[in-house]
Design a protein around this ligand. Sequence first.
Ligand SMILES: NC(=O)c1ccc[n+]([C@@H]2O[C@H](COP(=O)([O-])OP(=O)(O)OC[C@H]3O[C@@H](n4cnc5c(N)ncnc54)[C@H](OP(=O)(O)O)[C@@H]3O)[C@@H](O)[C@H]2O)c1
Length: 188
Amino acid sequence: MSEPDSFDPRAFHAQFDIAMIVACSRNGVIGRDGDLPWHLPEDLRHFMRSTKGCPVVMGRKTYESLDKPLPSRLNIVVSHSMKDPGLTGVMVVGGLDQAIEVARRAIDEGEVGAPIWIAGGGTIYTQMMARTELVVRTLVDCVVDGDASFPDLDPELWTMRTSFRVDADDRHDFGFEIEWWERISAQK
Ligand SMILES: NC(=O)c1ccc[n+]([C@@H]2O[C@H](COP(=O)([O-])OP(=O)(O)OC[C@H]3O[C@@H](n4cnc5c(N)ncnc54)[C@H](OP(=O)(O)O)[C@@H]3O)[C@@H](O)[C@H]2O)c1
C-alpha cells in the first residue's frame, strides 16, 4: 500500500496538535465485544505507521483490548479505575485534560513527536471530537452490529483533504478507504 502521490502522511500529521485515528463501518461501528469487528492487516499497518513515535491517548477498554502496549509510542490510558501497570511506555491518567497535558509535555521534552493521537474507543472519540483538528478515518465497506461507534463528521465542520483506497482481497474481507479529514478552521 502506498499513499497518494505527493502526499506524505507523517509530515502532514505532524502539523497538527491533536488528531484522531479510527476505522469504522459504513454505519459508524468501531468495535464489538471489546475487539474490532474485522481483520484488516493493511489498515493495522497504516495505524502503526501513522502513530509510531507519537503519544497515543486511549480509553481503558481499548488499552485492555491490545495484546500488549503499542511499542515505540507513549501509551496514555484514561481511566478512573485502572492502576498504573508499571510498564515502560504506558501512563495511566484520570482524565482527558491530564492526558493532553502529559502528551504535550512529552512532545515539548522531545520524547515523542506530534501529533497527539486520539485512538479511541467510542467514549474517548466522542469526548475529544470538539478538540480535534484532523481525523484520519478508515471507512470500511461493511454494515455491522457493534457496541462502540464513531460519530458522523459534520460536512459544515470537516473537509476531506485526500483519500486512498484498498480493495478486498484474500487477506482483507472488506475493501476500505482511508480518508484524511481536516477541521475547516484548522486547514494548513
Ligand atoms: N475501530 C477502531 O478504530 C477502534 C479504535 C479503538 C477502539 N476500538 C474498539 O472500541 C471498543 C472500546 O471502546 P469503548 O467506547 O467501549 O471504551 P473506551 O473508550 O476504550 O474505554 C472506556 C473507558 O475509558 C475510561 N474513560 C473514558 N472517559 C474517561 C474520562 N473522561 N476520564 C477518565 N476515564 C475515562 C473509563 O475507564 P474506567 O471504567 O476504568 O474508569 C471508561 O470505562 C473496543 O471494541 C475496541 O476494540 C475500535
